[in-house]
Design a binder for this molecule. Structure first.
Ligand SMILES: NC(=O)c1ccc[n+]([C@@H]2O[C@H](COP(=O)([O-])OP(=O)(O)OC[C@H]3O[C@@H](n4cnc5c(N)ncnc54)[C@H](OP(=O)(O)O)[C@@H]3O)[C@@H](O)[C@H]2O)c1
Length: 323
């Protein structure tokens, strides 16, 4: 049986990819700082207690696995200091054990001055500190692929999904008395790129199943949903059957407090992503997989628990259906 070590399994990409791998017959092991935080839907998997920053912990947890799913994401106040060292540790272990490492990349490496359409060979030219760190992480992975590891980078837009961790969707879609409120951090007509986490996780699982056919450093992009806030509001309304009011994200009120509010600080640094479109072309992914997983947006919002229902229950549904 194929087996995967998932680092950063408590939510987000790690949680969803672990669930998608289990649904397709993989054995999954987790490396967790707090094993008690293992989500209920993963109960019964192997859990190693330890830190992604410790090479001994990662090496011990990776013994006997085929792949490492790297989903660890230190919170924003600590991201600058911890993101690269955590990935460096996993990359070093993948090198020495000759493992495949899958990494969820973001769109912060692109410069909107370069246009709005980016294919897999577009130049990486980050315009923010976060973006420069992301670029360093990807460079580290490229190096790992020359030193014995195999690497799959899957670049996506902002996550939509139950337990989407650092994703924006939960912060922007809110139930109110008569329906829903959708906050838009940029102009309501801005076309933003979103990615349904269950679809991303299934895509990662499909790529891992074909890892032997891929180059040592395989870079893919996932187009996801490219929609304005008007279209997102329409999808929320369709999914819930309720009215949706669009409101500007209250940036001004948050700015004075931004040093203490991670979302506001991130918005200050990454605000351009809500003004300029980043279209991630996915030709390579389409040429590699027979079919790229895609859920209609209203269904994705419901399964995510963003409109009606709860995320925990829906997380089970989304994978049980495909198992
Ligand atoms: N969120 C998005 O919209 C989005 C979009 C595109 C790409 N990405 C990329 O996807 C990756 C994962 O993001 P995510 O949103 O899925 O992450 P997340 O949900 O915010 O966090 C994932 C996991 O990271 C672990 N973690 C938290 N603090 C940590 C720390 N200090 N040190 C080590 N691990 C820590 C936790 O797992 P344990 O408790 O099990 O350790 C947590 O469950 C990131 O590299 C991000 O750039 C995210």
């Amino acid at each position: 049986m194929k087996s995967a070590l998932v680092i950063g399994i408590a939510d987000g990409f790690g949680l969803h990819t672990a669930t998608a791998l289990l649904a397709t017959g993989w054995r999954v092991r987790a490396l967790m700082r707090e094993p008690d935080a293992l989500p209920a839907c993963l109960r019964g998997i192997d859990v190693c207690a330890g830190s992604s920053a410790s090479i001994d912990d990662v090496r011990h947890a990776a013994a006997g696995v085929d792949v490492i799913v790297f989903g660890a994401n230190p919170p924003h106040p600590r991201w600058h200091a911890q993101a690269v060292p955590a990935l460096d540790t996993a990359a070093a272990v993948a090198e020495t054990l000759g493992l495949t490492l899958v990494f969820p990349a973001n769109q912060q490496v692109y410069d909107p001055e370069d246009g709005s359409v980016f294919d897999e060979s577009a130049r990486l030219h980050p315009v923010s500190r976060n973006g420069s760190i992301q670029q360093r992480m990807e460079s580290r992975l490229r190096l790992a692929s020359r030193r014995g590891a195999r690497v799959i980078v899957l670049r996506t837009g902002d996550f939509i999904g139950a337990h989407s961790g650092s994703g924006w969707s939960e912060a922007l879609i809110r139930p109110v008395l008569r329906g829903y409120r959708l906050l838009h951090p940029g102009p309501a007509v801005h076309i933003h790129t979103w990615a349904n986490l269950p679809d991303v996780a299934r895509t990662a699982s499909c790529l891992l199943a074909r890892r032997d056919e891929l180059p040592d450093f395989a870079e893919f992009q996932f187009s996801g949903y490219r929609i304005s806030f008007w279209q997102l509001a329409e999808a929320v309304s369709q999914a819930s059957g309720k009215a949706v009011e669009l409101r500007p994200f209250p940036k001004r009120r948050l700015n004075p407090l931004s040093a203490r509010i991670p979302l506001a600080r991130e918005l200050k640094e990454m605000g351009y992503l809500w003004e300029y479109e980043i279209h991630l072309k996915d030709d390579r992914l389409r040429a590699t997989l027979n079919q790229v997983p895609h859920t209609p947006l209203p269904e994705a919002l419901t399964v995510a628990g963003l409109v009606a229902g709860t995320g925990e229950r829906n997380l089970h549904w989304s994978y049980v259906q495909t198992a």
